[in-house]
Design a protein around this ligand. Sequence first.
Ligand code: DHB
Length: 392
Amino acid sequence: MITRRMLIAAAGLAASALAGAPTFAQETVKVGLIVPMTGPFASTGRQVEAGARTYMAMHGDTVAGKKIELILRDDAGTADQTRRIAQELVVNDGVSVLAGFGLTPLALAVAPVIGQAKIPAIITSAATSSITEQSDYYVRSSFTLPQAAVPVATWATENDIKRVVTLVSDYGPGIDAETWFTKEFTAKGGEIVEAVRVPLQNPDFAPYLQRVRDADPDAIFVFLPSGVGSLFMKQFADRGLADAGIKLIATGDVTDDDILNDMGKPALGAITGQHYSTAHDSPENKAYVEAYKAAYPDMRPNFMSVGGYDAMHLVYAALEKTGGDATGDALIEAMKGLSWTSPRGPVSIDPETREIIQNIYMREVKEVDGELYNVEFATYEAVKDPAKTSDQ
Ligand code: DHB
């Protein structure tokens, strides 16, 4: 016999089950994407957004029974805005994951927020190695500068380049690039003639390039953040460095696919190392470029876009692994050790460091069918972030 008391007890149980419902009972999983959509680094934001939306266009917006909602916010490249927006997204919107962060200081700004909220922050763009050591909730879908710079140095020593001037933006990723290029290059017998650091904001390369010309190295090794390369390339040509026989070697940020066509002839022959080229020859990349161009006909997918694309893959694959449990600790644990084939090639998340392990390709800027591309010619396979492995 069902008594009144039993009914009341049952109702109470149901109510308390609802009140204590864990996050995975939600139907929608919200992903907060914070990138610069305005200001000098707006191209990074546009590319990351385009990559993330292309992923959703290709894979649908439902995974493990949950609907995925992408919430885009512009931080205009200012760290205090990044942190404030992150807080709002957590408190007001109830996001399960944060992603984006166009520059190193912007990624660092959210460490306290994700530590407190215990939710993952997927770094789609920033590339200073040490960021992921500032919180256990960071995971990276971009790359690190040591990861790209070491193969460029190895390649240089194997290709008759003996004396190099380094030129980098004077902040985290530039210093990482300079440090790790130099370490590998000098260990293999190369000589650094001069190390130049230029300001991140509004750099004028002309005076530095004159000094480089006077030093007459075999090559100049360059790191500049995405978007800044065209000004550099123009001044490199104007100062006659290429004509003087000084080779340009760089991380792929300098010959960014987004702006490479506008650089024109001076970019031809530049040798760079990086994890993604629009011209990467694989079925996965062909499908990606096609889907991307269908939605964004006036843009070309660059390495920032693939950081956005793979960030969404991380969210989807982690949710599949947890069976739809979107609590932060479950998601970050699920992301560790994931491996998949990205448009950039085979990748995985190092479970120890939460860094992406990926191929670094050596590329040369060439003209193909009337357009400039970073054409890959050699591959360093499954490169880990060398700044976090003890054998370097
Ligand atoms: C960073 C920014 C970039 O635009 C880039 O190409 C590499 C690194 C950064 O700030 O970490």
